[in-house]
Design a protein around this ligand. Structure first.
Ligand SMILES: NC(=O)c1ccc[n+]([C@@H]2O[C@H](COP(=O)([O-])OP(=O)(O)OC[C@H]3O[C@@H](n4cnc5c(N)ncnc54)[C@H](O)[C@@H]3O)[C@@H](O)[C@H]2O)c1
Ligand SMILES: O=c1ccn([C@@H]2O[C@H](COP(=O)(O)OP(=O)(O)O[C@H]3O[C@H](CO)[C@H](O)[C@H](O)[C@H]3O)[C@@H](O)[C@H]2O)c(=O)[nH]1
Length: 330
């Protein structure tokens, strides 16, 4: 039996593919390399460079391998871009997922683990956020992810496609081997930006707003180690293979850090100076996002053991110092 990983050459997908391979699974990756890196999927059993919207290719893949589950990462995921070009997000994320589900149905593939996001909640009513809290996305990206979750649920109701949607909070850190890590161009995520500034590859870190209603005025986020996220995908596949039914889980550490706290921690871990410049707020940023992941711990047996902020920054720093140009393919 094999697992199809869409977006397996991307940041979280490559770490999940690595974890699947580490436990002896056969891994088939489908990635169009629009943001991913071929090298990040080295070692995967099969690699297809192509698009999830190519239904003939999907049929060929499902026809060539005994795929019993799909893990679906492939998407566009830049919040700001989604506000200026929502059509791109509906086409790749929503229509792309429709193509995937249709070909799964046609080929009798009945299990999917889906990359959802904290962005489905929008501005939270309370923290920590629970899965039953109101979902009211504040940007087009989050809106497409919620639409994808719902579409998958309707395919379950009609065609029995069992699913687990995993709502990640802020993915960060790198594989302990130092072989794979985060490499986005342009980079928009705080942790890699802070470490690029520590390396001298950026003149400073721009803090987007220091007038939020938090202790130091900067936004608070829940950072979760990418390999802990990877573990949750394996547990979600196990749940589906046991036939325990569809579910939705938040994945976070349950602890929030402000932007200034992340920068301070990075100064400590790297011993480097990290200049900062305060800029205006970024549109659509909630002040505080922190997850309750009690359901994932209880029902999946998930144990995020690498998500203390020291381990997150240390593993990310090891990746950035060893690969100052990332994968070097852009
Ligand atoms: N990084 C985070 O903090 C975060 C948080 C919440 C949710 N997510 C979600 O997790 C998933 C992975 O995020 P990431 O940070 O690893 O992103 P990424 O951009 O590194 O990975 C996405 C991968 O999908 C591929 N891809 C995109 N569209 C495709 C298509 N049409 N066909 C084939 N391949 C395609 C890209 O080339 C890339 O390799 C995304 O769905 C994202 O929305 C990420
Ligand atoms: O140069 C920067 C970059 C970020 N930030 C701040 O740092 C925090 C974290 O920002 P990121 O861009 O790293 O992450 P987001 O919280 O915006 O986004 C993450 O969580 C979202 C859900 O809310 C989506 O899922 C998205 O894909 C995922 O990366 C935010 O307060 C942001 O304003 C800065 O101050 N300066």
């Amino acid at each position: 039996m094999a697992i199809l990983v869409t977006g397996g050459a991307g940041y979280i997908g490559s770490h999940t593919a690595a974890a699947l391979l580490e436990r002896g699974e056969e891994v088939v990756v489908l990635d169009n390399l629009q943001t991913g890196h071929r090298q990040a999927a080295d070692g995967c059993t099969h690699f297809y460079e192509g698009d999830i919207r190519d239904e003939a290719l999907l049929d060929r893949i499902f026809g060539s391998h005994e795929i019993d589950a799909v893990i679906h990462f492939a998407a566009n995921s830049l919040v700001q871009e989604s506000m200026t070009d929502p059509g791109k997000y509906y086409h790749n994320n929503v229509y792309g997922t429709l193509c995937l589900l249709e070909r799964m149905r046609a080929n009798g593939v009945k299990r999917i683990v889906f990359s959802s996001t904290a962005a489905v909640y929008g501005e939270p009513e309370r923290v920590p956020i629970e899965e039953t809290d109101k979902t009211e996305p504040a940007n087009a990206y989050g809106e497409t992810k919620l639409a994808m979750e719902r579409m998958i649920r309707w395919f379950d109701a009609a065609h029995g496609i069992q699913n687990v949607s995993l709502r990640y909070f802020n993915a960060a850190g790198a594989h302990e081997s130092g072989r794979i890590g985060e490499d986005h161009a342009p980079e928009t995520h705080l942790v890699p930006i802070v470490l690029q500034a520590a390396l001298g590859k950026r003149p400073h870190v721009a803090i987007f707003g220091d007038d939020y209603p938090t202790a130091d005025g900067t936004c608070i986020r829940d950072y979760i180690h990418v390999s802990d996220l990877a573990d949750a995908h394996l547990l979600a596949v196990d749940r589906l293979r046991r036939g325990e039914g569809s579910a939705v889980y938040n994945l976070g550490s349950g602890r929030g850090y402000s932007v200034r706290e992340i920068i301070e921690q990075a100064r400590r871990e790297t011993g480097r100076d990290i200049p900062v410049v305060v800029q205006p707020r970024r549109a659509g940023d909630p002040a505080v996002l922190v997850a309750s992941s009690e359901r994932a711990k209880r029902e999946l047996g998930w144990n995020p053991r690498r998500s203390d902020i020291g381990t997150i920054i240390r593993t990310a720093w090891a990746w950035h110092t060893a690969h100052p140009e990332g994968y070097g393919d852009r």
